[in-house]
Design a protein around this ligand. Structure first.
Ligand SMILES: [Fe+2]
Ligand SMILES: [Fe+2]
Length: 303
């Protein structure tokens, strides 16, 4: 059995004081929002306790699906690198970026450089380079890391995968299927928006991305971005593809689906199928970390 932990949207604190020139960029919106809404709720203490709980379950691997920062300042990327180092070595932790990590144009240079060890493909042709999509093989599991992180206009939090990246994702899905691997896609934005009033935070080319999954299949999709526990599905070529979103890792220590939380995915080979158990853990109203949801799936092996 392979146990994959999934944490997202840690929005690490310690946002440095704004520099004068930042007031002229989109960062002022994020900074004002963060100070107004998030500073109280998104504390590192709640995140630290969540990570301690996650570690106690001894996952084989940890996936972090983006939004490690708030307004993509250099100091935040450095802080996030230290946090990744503390979370685990690159062969035990895989990360992808979120829209906050691409909050302003050119921010991607910073995570590509500082977070590359946790974002590289294990294919020899890409060694040392954070390029998307990438694929990492862990036992019978293939982790396919996709970037939907793009700089968007002020007050927008959209994502975009792009045609070329989607074609490469399709190729990796086929390759991993041919290798008989359990294919897990990591993407920051949910492939499909649930709330039609949230178009300002959607994946703008979600339809094309979903079509690739419908055509070539996948066994599991993990996302963040919505800061709420979510379980949906896509009808893939080989059967239903569970789509699982976790709340913000630095979310508040309160009860409910928006409380800070993470998920554990237990993947076991069983004849012609895989048994997949999704376990959500997060803060209860009491402030304790408890199991908040559990769903089991029988997933067809890719053919
Ligand atoms: Fe987020
Ligand atoms: Fe996000």
């Amino acid at each position: 059995m392979f146990r994959l932990a999934h944490l997202s949207d840690v929005h690490l604190g310690a946002v440095p004081e704004m520099r004068l020139r930042d007031y002229a960029s989109k960062r002022i919106v994020g900074y004002t929002n963060w100070r107004r809404n998030r500073k109280g709720a998104m504390t590192s203490e709640t995140l630290d306790r969540l990570v301690a709980d996650l570690r106690a379950h001894e996952p084989d691997h940890i996936a972090v699906t983006g939004d490690l920062t708030n307004i993509a300042r250099r100091e935040e990327f450095e802080n996030a690198r230290l946090w990744l180092e503390a979370l685990g070595p690159p062969d035990r932790v895989t990360a992808i970026p979120g829209n906050h990590d691409s909050y302003v144009p050119r921010a991607h240079h910073r995570y590509r450089k500082l977070w590359a060890p946790w974002m590289v493909s294990d294919d020899s042709e890409h060694i040392g380079k954070a390029l998307f999509p990438f694929m990492r093989r862990k036992g019978h599991v293939a982790l396919i890391g996709v970037s939907s992180a793009v700089a968007s206009a002020p007050f927008m939090a959209t994502g975009h995968v792009g045609e070329r990246q989607t074609e490469r994702v399709a190729a990796l899905l086929c390759q991993a299927r041919d290798e008989g691997l359990f294919r897990v896609i990591l993407i920051h934005h949910p492939p499909k928006l649930i709330d039609p009033n949230s178009a300002w935070r959607k994946l703008t080319d979600g339809k094309r991305f979903r079509r690739a999954v419908e055509t070539f299949g996948a066994e599991l999709i993990l996302h963040g971005h919505e800061h709420i526990r979510m379980m949906t599905a896509i009808q893939g070529a080989d059967g239903i593809v569970p789509v699982v979103g976790v709340p913000a890792g630095s979310g508040p220590a309160l009860g409910g689906p928006r409380a800070g939380g993470y998920a554990l995915h237990e993947i076991a080979e069983k004849g012609a199928c895989y048994d997949l158990t999704v376990i959500h853990r997060g803060y209860a109203e009491s402030g304790e970390i408890v199991e908040t949801a559990r769903v089991s799936y029988s997933v067809n092996r890719p053919s």
